[in-house]
Design a protein around this ligand. Structure first.
Ligand code: H2B
Length: 98
């Protein structure tokens, strides 16, 4: 199982993500970001591509979609907090969004 990041590791890994509008939530055990697109089709297309990446990594987002917005929360349920899997998926989602 992937290990939960220590607070220091987490804060280090999160710096660039926080600059990219990810927010630390819960008790520091999850990160959340809302992605805004032009249209619903753009939003859903991005979700489809992100879902394929998530499935490949066997690491899955909590997310919801309203029209052109997708709100994503990442945490590792098995570890009870943030692990490198969340950091990787957040970065991949940001790359897909570019
Ligand atoms: C059995 C299965 O591999 C695990 O339960 C995986 C699947 N996807 C997962 N996704 C997330 N975000 N956290 C997990 O702990 C997790 N566990």
């Amino acid at each position: 199982m992937t290990e939960k990041l220590t607070d220091a590791e987490r804060d280090q890994a999160l710096k660039p993500l926080i600059d990219n509008r990810w927010e630390l939530g819960g008790d520091g055990d999850r990160i959340t970001k809302t992605f805004q697109f032009k249209t619903f089709v753009d939003a859903f297309g991005w979700m489809t591509r992100a879902a394929i990446l998530a499935e490949k990594a066997n690491h899955h987002p909590e997310w919801s979609n309203v029209y052109n917005k997708v709100t994503v929360t990442l945490t590792t349920h098995d570890a009870g907090g943030l692990t490198p899997l969340d950091i990787d998926l957040a970065n991949k989602m940001d790359d897909l969004f570019k």
